[in-house]
Design a protein around this ligand. Sequence first.
Ligand SMILES: [Zn+2]
Length: 232
Amino acid sequence: MIPGPDLILGCPHCGALSRLFTLASSEAEGAISWTDGYQQFPHAPRQPNVVRCHACSQLHWVAECKEIGMIDPVGMEPEGGVPRFALFEKPEQAEPGAPPPDGWVNAPHMQSLDEAGYFAALSGGLAKTPEQEVELRVHAWWRGNDRFRKLESSGRYPTSNEAIENLERLIVMMEGGDHEFVLFRAEALRQLGRFEEAEEALYGLCSDYALAREKANELINAKSRDLEVLFA
Ligand SMILES: [Zn+2]
């Protein structure tokens, strides 16, 4: 993994500046796929999709931020210690070695949300379309499941009322969707212990997904609700 420059982004609510990392190159090596559809890439961290502003505390989509510029990542400045930077909106750029604009160097990095953060995004009306609602709900599910990814003990499935309602809503929203949604839906049903419906949900999944279907059926037959590694 080779880091790229940090983007300097402005909060759509208050304009406060944050940094967002980029990757110049990444490797899929060491990737882990989970039954809930989440893929972990140890050498390719993902940029957050929704964040909470460090200044005004409002939640917003990263895609709605104003793109201000880019700057060398922290600790990767060239010799002399002055980070290189580029302004997105100005055709004239500063002389090499000039210090970056005020607030850029100390702009904090954007932080990914946890499960509660995604629930707050949902209740705060960030989903303007069904696609965005599914995206937020899937992320809430993934972040809730994160606590089980390092556990060996059983009971690796959502149990809070909010998490269960989230899965129930996803199951309704994903009905009749494409193959990826079929798998998500079957997994949500399995994690809720609705094994017969989970089995039915998998009918009609094409052979491209044979491995995932086989694993899902195995877990359904064993009446397991636990999150598992699909392949690593
Ligand atoms: Zn803000």
